[in-house]
Design a protein around this ligand. Structure first.
Ligand SMILES: O=P(O)(O)OC[C@H](O)CO
Length: 265
């Protein structure tokens, strides 16, 4: 039974045999199992997704194509849990665990969506929003615990996040959302901020517990993240500048269009 390049394809038309496969003398159960598996469980993943591994084969009915977005939803749902646990006594380890798990889904959802070739506009919209909600919540909670030393970088980070979200909305209205899609620096910034916040959550508020030694490196890291947050945000504003300052055919700049409606003074 010649299966050839069918092994890398999820196109069901290639996989469904129109008649019973002809078995050659080279047939072994191993060589036939994957095409027959696909015939019985047509995949909804992208055409460039790799063949299923043991877990996907074990649970063929599971809607794997939805998993990346579900992980992002779980990140959003973890936020109220995070705030609740944070204010319970003696729960800083549980709080940290929840935040760390939610942070891992930030990497995982994007990885699976790319690997399974199921990236979507909705996923691209929701992923940075979920990250911002999570990071903002943790920054506000920790500002309450540590005061100005966390409050200052938090104010700058939150200002950048709001500004970038507003810029994306403005660009999307002009059909230019792709010019400000998440960039490499933005990903690094989010990952490092999540590590710094995980470390700060682990230090209990008396700063005398088992993880007290993490306080200074975590604080240093948070300030480094504040700088990367600003520089990564400036990348988006630089990318948007040509569109922002572009003049239309009448010589009016985009920033001045519709002033009558937008002028709040
Ligand atoms: O703040 P952004 O828009 O650069 O987003 C970065 C994302 O959170 C990366 O997952």
């Amino acid at each position: 039974f010649a299966i050839g390049n069918q092994l890398t394809s999820h196109g069901t038309s290639k996989i469904f045999p129109s008649s019973a496969p002809t078995l050659s003398k080279h047939f072994t159960p191993k060589t036939i199992s994957f095409p027959l598996y696909l015939a019985n469980h047509p995949s909804k993943l992208g055409s460039r997704a790799p063949p299923p591994g043991p877990i996907r084969r074990q649970f063929p009915q599971f809607p794997w194509e939805r998993l990346p977005n579900w992980l992002t939803y779980m990140r959003c749902l973890a936020i109220p849990g995070l705030a609740f646990l944070f204010y319970l006594p003696q729960q800083h380890t549980a709080t940290t665990f929840l935040f760390a798990m939610a942070s891992i889904t930030d990497w995982w959802d994007g990885y699976l969506a790319r690997r399974w070739d199921i990236t979507s506009d909705f996923g691209a919209f929701l992923d940075p929003v979920a990250d911002k909600l999570m990071v903002s919540t943790a920054l506000i909670l920790l500002s309450g615990r540590y005061g100005a030393i966390v409050g200052l970088p938090s104010a700058i980070i939150l200002a950048r996040e709001i500004a970038v979200s507003a810029l994306r909305e403005w660009m999307a209205q002009r059909g230019q959302r792709d010019a400000v899609q998440v960039g490499f620096q933005g990903k690094v910034k989010t990952a490092l901020t999540m590590v710094a916040l995980t470390m700060l959550l682990l230090v209990d508020k008396t700063k005398n517990g088992a993880f007290a030694s993490l306080y200074s490196p975590a604080m240093l890291m948070l300030y480094a993240c504040m700088i990367i947050t600003v520089t990564s945000g400036s990348v988006y504003f630089r990318a948007a500048a040509p569109i922002f300052f572009r003049k239309d055919e009448t010589g009016v700049r985009a920033e001045n269009k519709g002033d009558d409606n937008l002028n709040c003074s």
